[in-house]
Design a protein around this ligand. Structure first.
Ligand SMILES: Cc1ncc(COP(=O)(O)O)c(C=O)c1O
Length: 435
C-alpha cells in the first residue's frame, strides 16, 4: 500500500461488504487509518505552503463524490469527508445494537466536544452552545434578549432569511425597530462599511446584527472592527457566520462579537443537524433560554441554550471527527487554500469582457464564496451549463431588483485550479456567445 493512500478502496469495500453491523474494532481501525494518513500527509507537506499540488490532490481522496459531479456549492451544503461519515454511522449504529449506551454513554461525550469546538474557535467552553444550525442560534439570541419598544437593531440589505426573520418577529411582538444601514452593495474597503454603521447609530440603537459571511455576495464583513465600534458606543454585536466555521480560521477573542453562530455542515464537513452558537461570557446573563427543561434557572453558561430533551448525540460524534479532520490539516492552511483558489478564480473571471465581480478581490473582505454576473447572460444559464458540460455544482444567488443576481461558486479545499479553470472556460464560452 502506498504510504499516502487514504482508505484503500479494496479494504474499504471489504469492510462495507461485511454487512451493516461492523465490529467496533473495525470502525476504530478504519478511523485510526484515516487519522494516521492525514497526519502523515500534513507532516510530509508541512513545509509546503504552495497553493496546489499533491497534498491537495491526496486530500481529495477523503471525499466520496459520485463521479457525477464536483460540489462547488458548499455555501448551501458541503460534503462529509469519509472519516466523519464513518463516525456518524458508528454512533448511530449504537442505537441499533445497544440503545442502553445511547442514553448512558453517548451524552457523556457532550462536554468533550464542546471543549474541542471552543478550542477550535479560540473561545471558552462556557461560551459555546451546541445547537442545530445558524437559524436556531440566531432565534435563541433574538428571543432571549430583553428589548423594549423603540429599541433599534441595525442590519444590512444582505441578511439571510434565517437572520432577518427572527428580528421581524420580535419587531411585531415587542415593537423594536429594524433599521437598514445604507451601505455600498459591493464595498471595497473596511472603512466604507464601518463608516456606514457609525453614521447610522442613533440614541435608540441597541444592537448591530450583521452577516459575517454574506451569502449573496460572498463579502466577509469586518466583524472585529464592527465589534469595536459597537462596544465603543455601548451596543451589542451579533455576527451570523453561517459559512465561517471550516472556511475561516476563526478566533472569537479577536473577533470580539457578543453572539456568533455557524453551520458546520457547509464548510467543516459535519453532518446537517448540528450547529454552533457562541455567546461572549461577559454577556451571557443578558440572554434568557427559550427552550427549557429541568435546571434552566441554575445554568449560567452558554449550555443553557443547548437543545433540551433527548438529542441525536451521534451528530456530536461526527462533529468531533469533523473537527479532528480540520485540525489535522490546520485551520490556517485551510483558510489559505480556500482564499488562494478564490483569488485565482476571481482574477481570471475578471479578465472576461462583461463579467462583473460581486465579491471583493481583497482577501480580508472575501473568502470561499465567489459571486459574479455576466452582462447579457442569465446566471441560471451559466449554472446549467457548468453542470451539464463539466459536472460542476454551483448556484444562482441574489435578486435582479437589488442588482445582486448572479452565480455563486464555492472554492473548498478539495477543489483545484483545474476546476477554477473549468468555471472560467465555461463563463468565457457563454460570454462570447451572448446575443
Ligand atoms: C448568511 C446565512 N445565515 C443564515 C443561514 C441559515 O443557515 P442554516 O440553514 O444552517 O440555519 C444561511 C444559510 O445558507 C446563511 O447563508
Amino acid at each position: 500500500m502506498d504510504s499516502l493512500s487514504v482508505f484503500p478502496r479494496r479494504r474499504l469495500m471489504k469492510l462495507l461488504l461485511a454487512g451493516p453491523v461492523l465490529t467496533a474494532a473495525a470502525w476504530d481501525r478504519l478511523k485510526a487509518e484515516a487519522e494516521q494518513s492525514i497526519t502523515a500527509l500534513s507532516q510530509k507537506y508541512i513545509e509546503d505552503e504552495s497553493p496546489d499540488g499533491a497534498y491537495w490532490e491526496e486530500l481529495r481522496n477523503f471525499y466520496a463524490f459520485e463521479n457525477r459531479f464536483i460540489m462547488m456549492n458548499n455555501g448551501t451544503c458541503g460534503p462529509m469527508p469519509k472519516p466523519v461519515f464513518h463516525a456518524l454511522m458508528q454512533a448511530f449504529q449504537t442505537q441499533m445494537s445497544n440503545p442502553y449506551d445511547v442514553y448512558n454513554y453517548q451524552p457523556t461525550f457532550t462536554e468533550a466536544v464542546r471543549r474541542k469546538l471552543a478550542a477550535f474557535l479560540h473561545a471558552e467552553p462556557e461560551e459555546v452552545a451546541l445547537v442545530s444550525n445558524t437559524t436556531e442560534g440566531i432565534n435563541l439570541i433574538v428571543n432571549g434578549l430583553d428589548m423594549k419598544e423603540g429599541d433599534e437593531v441595525l442590519v444590512t440589505s444582505l441578511e439571510h432569511p434565517g437572520h432577518i426573520n427572527p428580528w421581524r418577529l420580535k419587531e411585531k411582538r415587542s415593537g423594536i425597530k429594524i433599521r437598514q444601514v445604507e451601505m455600498p452593495l459591493f464595498p471595497k474597503t473596511t472603512d466604507e462599511i464601518v463608516g456606514a454603521f457609525a453614521a447610522a447609530i442613533t440614541p435608540q440603537t441597541q444592537m448591530i446584527s450583521i452577516s459575517h459571511t454574506v451569502f449573496i455576495t460572498g463579502l466577509i464583513m469586518p466583524v472585529k472592527e464592527l465589534s469595536r465600534l459597537a462596544h465603543d458606543r455601548g451596543l451589542l454585536l451579533l455576527a451570523d457566520s453561517a459559512h465561517g466555521i471550516g472556511m475561516l480560521d476563526l478566533d472569537m477573542k479577536q473577533a470580539g462579537a457578543d453572539f456568533f453562530m455557524s453551520s458546520p455542515y457547509k464548510w467543516l464537513g459535519a453532518p446537517t443537524g448540528v450547529g454552533v452558537l457562541y455567546v461572549r461570557k461577559e454577556v451571557l446573563e443578558k440572554v434568557w433560554p427559550t427552550i427549557v427543561s429541568s435546571g434552566w434557572d441554575s445554568k449560567k453558561t452558554a449550555a443553557k441554550l443547548d437543545p433540551q430533551g433527548q438529542r441525536a448525540d451521534a451528530l456530536l460524534f461526527a462533529l468531533d471527527e469533523a473537527l479532528n479532520f480540520n485540525n489535522r490539516i490546520g485551520r490556517r492552511r485551510i483558510e489559505k487554500r480556500i482564499k488562494v483558489l478564490s483569488g485565482y478564480l476571481k482574477r481570471e473571471l475578471q479578465k472576461i469582457p462583461g463579467v462583473k465581480l460581486h465579491t471583493p478581490l481583497d482577501a480580508t473582505l472575501s473568502a470561499g464564496l465567489n459571486a459574479f454576473s455576466v452582462e447579457g447572460v442569465d446566471a441560471a444559464r451559466i449554472v446549467d451549463y457548468l453542470r451539464e458540460k463539466h459536472n460542476l455544482v454551483v448556484r444562482t444567488t441574489g435578486n435582479r431588483e437589488a442588482g445582486t443576481y448572479g452565480v455563486r461558486v464555492s472554492t473548498p479545499i478539495y477543489t483545484s485550479f483545474q476546476e477554477a479553470d473549468l468555471i472560467v472556460a465555461g463563463v468565457r464560452h457563454l460570454a462570447s456567445r451572448k446575443t
